[in-house]
Ligand binder design. Structure first.
Ligand code: BTN
Length: 252
């Protein structure tokens, strides 16, 4: 099942993380939300070998290569105020980047939480909140050999970058270890988290375009604010954006 044994990795998870394996599901985010509403505890992780209707941000589909990639969701019941929960997205992106770096591969973060290797996306994160829980869904291309048309030009996998098969169980464990630290930094220690994201941000200093709720923008990405906002330098001045879509690097 899953093409690999995750038992040892799961046994090595820090508390309170626990692994629940599902051979095939539509979406691990949907699956874990059902469990969350039924009272499942903080730290539950639902991992699947085959995700048939994976969801990305903005309603996009997420492609996960069966038994080659990681598709999992983490259930959290944060004690921090709900206004801070969006910061979990930054914590998760950073944890994934750090988990990848554990294998000697340099990872970048495209704010807020796409993880890149070189100029290609290797992982995506979808954070969704319920009344009393948050779900962090992570998709990471580990040993993916082949991407469908449309994403082939923009996606990569750890295997493609290193020319080595890497244990998905070990990658999962490395990410959970980092996440157990970073998820605790969304309140008082947030500057530490922002600093670590900033040093990896692939957009900094670059000309970018993006969409805000108020319309399209174009400017130089000037860094990440102490609150985790993207700072954009435009011809009109500086703007701080807590949320933006379709961020594109120009002149790239
Ligand atoms: C994105 O980059 O748009 C986010 C992609 C998130 C994909 C993961 S895979 C596990 C979890 N289940 C889902 O349906 N989506 C997330």
């Amino acid at each position: 099942m899953l093409g690999e044994d995750f038992t040892q990795a799961a046994a090595d998870f820090p508390d309170p993380f626990r692994l629940l394996i599902r051979e095939s599901v539509a979406s691990t985010n949907d699956e874990i939300q059902i469990l969350a509403k039924a009272g499942a505890p903080e730290g539950l992780i639902v991992l699947t070998g085959s995700q048939t209707a994976g969801r990305g941000r903005r309603g996009a589909a997420w492609f996960s290569a069966t038994d080659e990639s990681l598709a999992f969701s983490i259930l959290l019941r944060p004690e921090e105020p709900k206004a801070l929960w969006p910061r979990l997205a930054l914590a998760a992106g950073l944890a994934v980047a750090e988990g990848i770096e554990y294998f000697g591969v340099r990872a970048g973060i495209k704010w807020p939480n796409d993880v890149w290797i070189g100029d290609r996306k290797v992982a995506g994160i979808l954070v969704e909140a319920g009344v009393d829980f948050a779900v962090v869904g992570i998709g990471l291309n580990v040993n993916t050999h082949h991407f469908p048309e449309g994403i082939r030009e923009i996606a990569t996998s750890l295997q493609m970058e290193t020319a080595m098969e890497i244990s998905r169980a070990e990658v999962l464990l490395a990410i959970i270890r980092r996440f157990s630290i970073r998820r605790g930094q969304i309140d008082a220690d947030f500057p530490t988290l922002v600093q670590a994201v900033s040093t990896r941000c692939v957009l900094t200093g670059k000309l970018i375009s993006l969409l805000t709720a108020d319309g399209a923008r174009r400017g130089i990405m000037d860094g990440i604010s102490p609150n985790g906002e993207l700072i954009l330098k435009t011809t009109m001045g500086y703007e701080r954006l807590i949320q933006a879509d379709e961020i594109r690097l120009l002149n790239h």
